[in-house]
Design a protein. Structure first.
Length: 360
């Protein structure tokens, strides 16, 4: 009853807001003038003006909330699986030109690895599997396209063929208990993050690139946290009362302390010999502190929220941090969903000269 009552209020508000906007429509059209019919730029400008007003933002929010309450629909970017499990649409999408995109990215990584090897810098590429792959038992009625089944295996095989060290985390995370991914978020839990960090540290150890003198880290404390993840926000329903949203995730949040004098990246003390570049996975659930804990080495953080495949690399390799303080090894974390995604022009240009543009 509460869901339907709230939905009714939202729908009524949606209608009222639309009616209230009607008097403004003639003015907006008049402002565009007669050129609106002939000028595509004028039509785009009008559309942008209407779409970005506070009114339309409110309408969009009401529409998303009402769709969820009435239909259980979370929009185009988020889908509901079993129970309160939410999944990102991008993980379930088959991109046009996906094979060529994957090949081009693998070739770029191989070129970068060769250039780094010439400078005696090791590269380890780490692929984070899709949540929909690892938590497939919670997809419910959702369907993961069979075309995606082999994409990590095929991409890592390309790197293996180019003698680039690569680590697929799927075998590490598959079947882990408790669940390695959050229900309402795209990212891993602290349990999944720590499993991944341990696997990365072990591979770095076998590559013989860790510090000769261990830098001790310890888990100093741990507390329970209950919160909603980024998929609830992306679906536009984070403003609803708690009882009307999917159940939040409950997990733990650790405090990892690293005891070392080499803590100031901008001072005169020794710099970390390991650099981490990657996506938001590297910046969530204490992955970097867990990596320092497992490796007993300092790790410099150059990861980037929203970095996808190349965002952090495009910022790090041409910059002064890499040129002036080259590390012993670089861990390049890549989400599976980014391997075959379309390559934008900015990324394409960077792929041609990945080390160009120092200081920009």
């Amino acid at each position: 009853m509460l869901r339907w009552t709230t939905a009714g209020v939202l729908v009524a508000s949606l209608g009222a807001a639309f009616v209230a906007s009607l008097p403004n429509m003639p003015g907006a059209l008049a402002h565009a003038g007669a050129s609106l019919l002939d000028d595509a730029a004028a039509r785009r400008a009008l559309t942008k003006t209407l779409v970005t007003t506070p009114l339309t933002e409110t309408l969009a929010r009401y529409q998303r909330e009402a769709s969820w309450l009435l239909l259980g629909d979370l929009g185009a970017e988020v889908h509901r699986g079993e129970g309160d499990w939410l999944f990102l649409d991008e993980e379930l999408r088959v991109h046009p030109g996906r094979a060529a995109n994957a090949r081009d990215r693998a070739a770029t990584v191989a070129d970068i690895a060769r250039a780094l090897a010439a400078r005696r810098i090791a590269l380890l590429v780490v692929v984070v599997p899709d949540k929909s792959r690892i938590e497939s038992q919670h997809l419910g009625r959702l369907r993961r396209p069979p075309e995606l089944e082999g994409r990590v295996r095929e991409w890592t095989a390309m790197l293996d063929g180019a003698n680039v060290p690569v680590l697929d985390l799927a075998p590490v995370l598959a079947g882990a208990s408790p669940a390695p991914f959050l229900k309402t978020d795209t990212h891993w839990t602290e349990h999944g993050s720590q499993l991944a960090a341990q696997a990365v540290a072990e591979r770095l150890r076998r590559m013989q690139v860790l510090d000769a003198t261990p830098v001790p880290s310890v888990v100093a404390s741990r507390k329970t946290v209950t919160e909603w993840g980024d998929l609830v926000r992306l679906a536009g329903i984070d403003g609803l009362p708690p009882s009307l949203k999917p159940a939040p995730d409950t997990g733990w949040q650790s405090t990892v302390e690293t005891r070392s004098e080499s803590t100031d990246l901008f001072g005169n003390t020794a710099l970390p010999s390991i650099v981490l570049i990657g996506s938001s996975f590297s910046r969530r659930a204490n992955f970097l502190p867990f990596l320092q804990l497992a490796a007993q080495s300092l790790v410099a953080d150059f990861a980037m929220d929203g970095g996808d495949f190349s965002g952090a690399a495009r910022r790090y390799f041409p910059g002064p941090a890499f040129a002036d303080n080259p590390p012993r090894a670089i861990v390049w974390e890549v989400p599976e969903r980014a391997l075959e995604s379309p390559i934008a022009e900015a990324e394409r240009q960077w792929m041609r000269q990945p080390f160009a543009g120092r200081g920009r």
